[in-house]
Each structure stands twice: as C-alpha cells, then as structure tokens.
Ligand binder design. Sequence first.
Ligand SMILES: [Zn+2]
Ligand SMILES: [Zn+2]
Length: 365
Amino acid sequence: MVRAGRRWMLGALALVLAAGLCAWLARGPIAEAIMARAYDRALGPDRIAALPDGLTVALCGSGSPLPDPTRAGPCAAVVAGGRLFVVDVGPGSVKNLQLMRLPPAKVAGLLITHFHSDHIAEVGELMLQHWGGGAATAPLPVYGPSGVEVVVAGFQQAYGQDRDYRIAHHGPKVMPPSGFGATVHPFAISRSGPDVTVIDDGGLKVIAFPVDHGPVRPAVGYLFIYKGRRAVISGDTSASPRVEAEAGGADLLVHEALAPNLVAKQREAALRHGRANAAAILHDILSYHTTPEQAAGIAARAHVRMLLFTHVIPPLPFSALDGPYLGRSRQIFSGTVQVGRDGDFVTLPARGRDIRRGNLLRGVL
Ligand SMILES: [Zn+2]
Ligand SMILES: [Zn+2]
C-alpha cells in the first residue's frame, strides 16, 4: 500500500515537472499569446461607453513630485454622461490613461488646478495624444485659472518641431494640422472670491473654487455635478474651509494629503546624509498641504459619503503603510475611506446613491 502510494506521488511529481518544463520551453509563444490578447483589449473598444450613465472619477495619477514606483503624478479622469475630462496631468499620467482605456483622443477638456510642475508636466503629451490618437481636427480644450495661457503657449512652442515631423511623416489625413495643440479657456478667480462655472452643458456643471496653496496663486479645486451626483477634487491645498463648503453633501471627495509623521522620517534621513536642501524642502511642504486626518475632518463635517486620498505624500510603495498614513482618519470620518492608487475608480450612477469601486489598471496584462 505504502509503496503504491509513493509510486503514485512520484508519478504525479514527474508529471508536474514535465508540464513545467514544457511551459518553460514554450514560454516565448505563451508570452506572445498573452500579449496578443492584451493588444486586442488595448486596441478594442474603450471603457467610456461601458460605464453606466452618471459620474465616474478614476485616478490616472495618485502620486506627487516625490518618486513613487507605483504612482504617476497627479491626474484625475472624470467621465460624465459619456464625456471624458481630465483634471491635471502629472508625469506618467498620459500612459496611465491609455492603459486604463480612457483614450486621450476622447478627452473633451483638460482642467488645470494650478501651475506646479507636477500638475502640468504632461500637457504637451496629452495635446499630442489627443491629436494623433484620433486624427483630431480641433485642438484640445484646456481650462484653468489665469496664467494657463502662458503654460499652454510654452508647450505648443516646445512641441512645434515635433508637430512638423509628424505631419510630414504620416500626412495631413492622419495628423490634420488643424488638430494640433490646445485652445485655452482661462478664467479669473480670486483668493476668497466667488466660484466660477467653467462648463455648463449637457447636464454637466463643472465649478472652480479657490483653495489655499499659498504662495501658489491662483490655485483651485473643481466640483462636478451631473444628474444628482456630486464629486469634488480638492487640488493642492492646506486644510481649506472652502473645500469643506463645496463638498457639502457630495458623494465623493477626492482630497490630497501629506502625512507629516512619515515625511518627518524622510527628513531625518535627509539630515543624516547632509542633504540640507532636501530637508528644507521636506519641511516647507508641510505648510501648503492637508494631513489625512484634517481631510477626514473635512469629509466628516461636509457629510460626504466617500473620501478618496490622492496626491499621496510621501510615497507608499506597499499597502501596509496605509495605516500609518491614515493615522486616525477612519475614526474621524465614518464613511468609506480609500488611499488612492493609480487606476482606482469610483462610479456614481445617475440619480442614485450607489457607489461602485474598482481599478482600471488591474489585469492590464
Ligand atoms: Zn502644488
Ligand atoms: Zn502637487
């Protein structure tokens, strides 16, 4: 009996080893087959039409200027009634949009919160992909507080030579010259002035409001209202009563946050290694960001239903750091709390109270 059992086990082991060896020998063709399926998905229908009518907010970048291998720079995609908008375009975010199957060619408008480099770094890339990805005949609309026209003009100039190469190489049918670049829609907004309605059509309202990111002025956040659902994107700000007011009764608050307890450890390391400049910057950034616990307080007082953290500082390369980052946030705010990761999305179906969540980057391959 014992000998038969052992023989059976040895046979099974030999089979497993043989199967493993076959898979290893065929790894090239297997990898090619997986890639072919991934290409098929990537170049197939986008996600926009598959979303329910309502508001969807997806993080095309949940990071900050500090390098994080798992997070692109700040970027939020908002789909409302089948139209795609993007708030800020940090480094790496345009590739994320493509991987999330939210095609840059379909972006109906880019909204900028302020002109720190981490929020505007890929204006040029988004312009280019909007143009080349769909043979656009009209430029990308870009909305932002006064000064956005300077930013956009600079990117257009920087990309001017590339524009000429692409038209020469692919021809004007593939790269229609009229579709290059962006049209700017600057708006004036003062530090404690009234809201500015930036978009109001097709049942969608996008409202800009001033936030506290001094000395960076102007700096705004955006409120999206569509078919009874409300989502607020804070932009970069210290704890702001204005964000709290705008978020009153919103379904979703997407808030930036910096955890001082973790940044302090970075700063100590910088000082230990004589990097005084890095240490000074890590001290200065505390003044114009919000802590997770402060954001949780804002969410609680505004009675929002979900708080999604983005612009996560410092980098959190593994999820066990979520607890130290959040501190007491989950005690302060009893609604849903999530530390944002690239690809995370929240869908608010029209006229309901439902909140659906997932990640658009999971299972890309
Ligand atoms: Zn900033
Ligand atoms: Zn920033």
